[in-house]
Design a protein around this ligand. Sequence first.
Ligand code: ADP
Length: 483
Amino acid sequence: MSLNLSDSSLLETRAFLGGEWTETGKTFPVVNPATGETIAEVADLSADDVRKAIDLAYEAQKAWRARTAKDRCAILLKWNDLMLEHQEDLGKILTAEMGKPLAEAKGEIAYGASYIQWFAEEGRRIYGDVIPGHQEDKRIVVLKQPVGVVGSITPWNFPNAMIARKVAPALAAGCTFVGRPAEKTPLSALAMAVLAERAGVPKGVLSIVTGSDSKGIGQELCGNPKVRKLTFTGSTEVGRILMKQCAHDIKKLSLELGGNAPFLVFDDADIDKAVEGAMIAKYRNSGQTCVCANRIYVQSSVAEEFAQKLAEAAKKLQVGDGMKDGTTIGPLVDEAALKKVEEHVSDAVSKGAKVLVGGERSELGHTFYQPTVMTGVKEGMKVLTDETFGPVAPIITFETEEEAIRLANNTEFGLAAYFFARDLSRVWRVAEEIESGMVGINTGLISAAEAPFGGIKASGLGREGSKYGIEDFLEIKYLCMSV
Ligand code: ADP
């Protein structure tokens, strides 16, 4: 299949192992979910290959951390520029391997690059402290130093940005990085590595270890004592496994895990704005983001109006191949994702939910599913307890603010939450009571390089982006000096 790239060298299928483009004799296929076609065969690394990448990263870290922050900043800024320069090609590669509409894919490239730019700059502001001593002869100095080699495991839903959010603070802080992209989406990661090399990232500082053996590679990244930190985005289930595997070395951990985001619409909300927010929070990436609104709670007096308006807006979405002009909803990533969505909808319908729009596979076949709105959703239905990860909006009505907060917090997760209200006292009350790391108030889109992304409860540890995001890649060392 031809992707019509203006720079065909961005479509790299070899792994990037310690700065060398590497083939192993074994490959695994990457499939376009919109067509079922195999786009590429990518180098399939073993856990032993990953060990080599870790060794090289360990060696390379000594020189990398010794460089000035300004030097590292310049390389990262160059990388950011190259990503933006090649936004169209990177977007096409991303759409081909995971299905999101090209406009969204290009948006992701700009969004990913924004983290590289942000952390390039933050790296120059890693300040320590001088603390007044506790005795007359004592001086207390606090240094912040890079943690060392960072291992990274990322999912397929943001094949570029999930890596950018991790690699940028790592490199800016003076760490080196061994990243395993999801086996469904290795091409975007390899294209990033092509540009990192062009930007001047030295050999060994960055490895992209593509491989189909997620468990074996995961065990190496978690169990190798040269790796001092693991950063992971994915499911809570896998996060728990990795946390256990990292326990032996007491590795530093950042975990961005599952969500089950509530989206609350109160009776004083601007309903049109709430519908607009729900469209973004629900249907972006075909509902396949960990911050997607999974449960939509609407106060009963405005529920009918909201549901009708949301159904009208959902009908206007254009399902199709992400490469086609006008497509606003791409396919789901694979058959398993499609089956989960079907199961959630049929479970809800069998228990009394009503489908206002959608509710079935699209006539386009493959893994396309119709944007769906359901009302009459109640506790006990799977759509409320599991992350659907698809274009399905289940609407539940509530009567009081207390009830809404109780329902919203009735989950083990705590990543994102959204609510729409105009009464200032209510806005503060709800914002403070909601159990989540991020709250969108009168907006359905909250993520930005400047802001701390992350969850509480079973949604994870640590924050990505913002001034806090770089702290997770630093260790504090305290010097006690007697003068
Ligand atoms: P998702 O549902 O988003 O795919 P997963 O948690 O299943 O979330 O996967 C996230 C990433 O973790 C993927 O790259 C996947 O290949 C990888 N992965 C899955 N299982 C393991 C494991 N046991 N050890 C290490 N990595 C794993």
